[in-house]
Design a protein around this ligand. Structure first.
Ligand SMILES: *Cc1c(COP(=O)(O)O)cnc(C)c1O
Length: 404
């Protein structure tokens, strides 16, 4: 992948060749995240998007403390999805004012922790609103509340749909006026709305259209709000290319659309801060997963590279993280970058299940035991989104390199 350099046949991250990265990590398998690439991504995004638009990091994409620490400094806020993530964000130095907490099924102690910390709660249901009021009745300060809205439309062509139709996420838009009245009755501090309609979208027009529709919906809903909207989170969904034929997102049309939205917001939602929240787009391309070939085996004419890591560390690359059709993540033999592909083989992990497949019939240079298989586009939804306890192998190591 073109975001990384190579030297003497080895892939490099932040100027460090792969074999040295493996030493730094203390062995294989490991994830490495290049903070320099995260910083670059963030700078490009800021240059493209309108001034004043807030960019938040949705840390469930990669909760590694080094990555979160970098994004606490680079982004305008952190979006957390559990009290555990909240603790990591706070420990990494995030300003609670700029943290928001979304996610269904927040337990009472999580609600209380969030209110005590002073973070914004994105409320996911009318039931949660009642529990929030009860659970935080004796808190030292009032809850800061935004209503997460489940719109009556979907983000088209999205990898994962998270809005529209019946959903566990957000309050159905038609129920929002009543919920807003309840916010006022319960004495909660209303701050705004949160809309997130889907993720991993590479279609710039679809993202722009969803953001515009979310914005228009928010303006309509604001008519029933107990106080002016101070924060409007329009979601994100910016995708990254994983598979052949996919292109990086063209930011220009999204930026132009957001600029229009910001101009209208200045009139119709005066004083409201506009937020986009991105996970994968900020970190996904900055990370690799590296696993060592343990065995090279030919079975009835097909070559298998059997590695020390696999789906238990990288569920998404195995194709089992919500994909409908399994496709190979981009792979390389990271210590043979100068060699052309010379054989078709399959890359598998050490688990006793056919699901443990990192590469199905891929063309690679001829690899032998000891070689390092690299899975690109692995900076998001990797280690923390994988069943690491399955089969009791050691967890993946994780390192950060470079400077943001
Ligand atoms: C997961 C999530 C995100 C991040 O999605 P990406 O595809 O990683 O950008 C943003 N907002 C909410 C509410 C989420 O649940």
């Amino acid at each position: 992948m073109d975001q990384f350099e190579r030297r003497d046949g080895q892939l490099m991250l932040a100027g460090v060749p792969l074999d040295e990265l493996a030493e730094q990590a203390g062995g294989t398998p490991f994830y490495a995240y290049d903070l320099g690439l995260v910083g670059e991504r963030m700078r490009r995004l800021r240059a493209a998007l309108p001034d004043g638009l807030k960019i938040h990091y949705a840390m469930k994409a990669n909760p590694h403390v080094g990555v979160v620490g970098a994004l606490v400094r680079l982004a305008d806020g952190i979006d957390v999805a559990s009290a555990g993530e909240l603790a990591v964000a706070l420990a990494a130095g995030a300003d609670p004012t700029n943290i928001s907490f979304a996610g269904p099924g927040k337990r009472d102690p999580e609600l209380l922790a969030a209110v005590e910390a002073g973070v914004l709660l994105n409320v996911e249901s009318t039931g949660e609103l009642e529990r929030l009021a009860r659970a935080t009745d004796r808190a030292a300060r009032p809850a800061r509340v935004a209503l997460r809205v489940n719109p009556d439309f979907e983000l088209k062509k999205s990898g994962m749909k998270m809005g529209g139709g019946p959903k566990p996420f957000g309050i159905d838009s038609e129920q929002v006026p009543a919920a807003l009245r309840r916010v006022a009755e319960l004495g909660l501090g209303f701050e705004g709305f949160h809309l997130f309609s889907g993720s991993q979208n590479l279609r710039t027009e679809a993202i722009a259209e969803a953001q515009l529709k979310c914005f228009e919906l928010a303006i309509a809903l604001a008519a029933d709000a107990p106080s002016p909207v101070r924060s409007l989170n329009l979601g994100g969904g910016f995708g990254i290319p994983y598979f052949p034929g996919e292109q990086r997102l063209d930011l220009a049309p999204i930026a132009a659309n957001l600029a229009d939205i910001a101009a209208t917001a200045a009139r119709r939602l005066a004083g409201a801060e506009l937020v986009v929240e991105l996970g994968r787009y900020l970190v996904g391309e900055a990370g690799i997963y590296v696993t060592r070939v343990i065995d090279r085996k030919a079975s009835r004419g097909h070559v298998f590279l059997v590695c020390d890591g696999g789906m238990h560390h990288h569920l998404a690359a195995s194709g089992n993280f919500g994909q409908i059709v399994r496709k190979n993540y981009p792979l390389a033999i990271g210590n043979r970058m100068d060699e052309p592909p010379s054989e078709r083989c399959s890359v598998v992990g050490p688990l006793c299940t056919p699901l443990d497949l990192l590469g199905d019939h891929v063309d690679l240079p001829r690899a032998v035991p000891g070689d390092l298989v690299v899975v690109y586009q692995s900076g998001a939804y990797g280690a923390s989104a994988s069943p690491q306890a399955f089969l009791s192998h050691p967890p993946a190591r994780e390192i950060v390199v470079g400077k943001a």
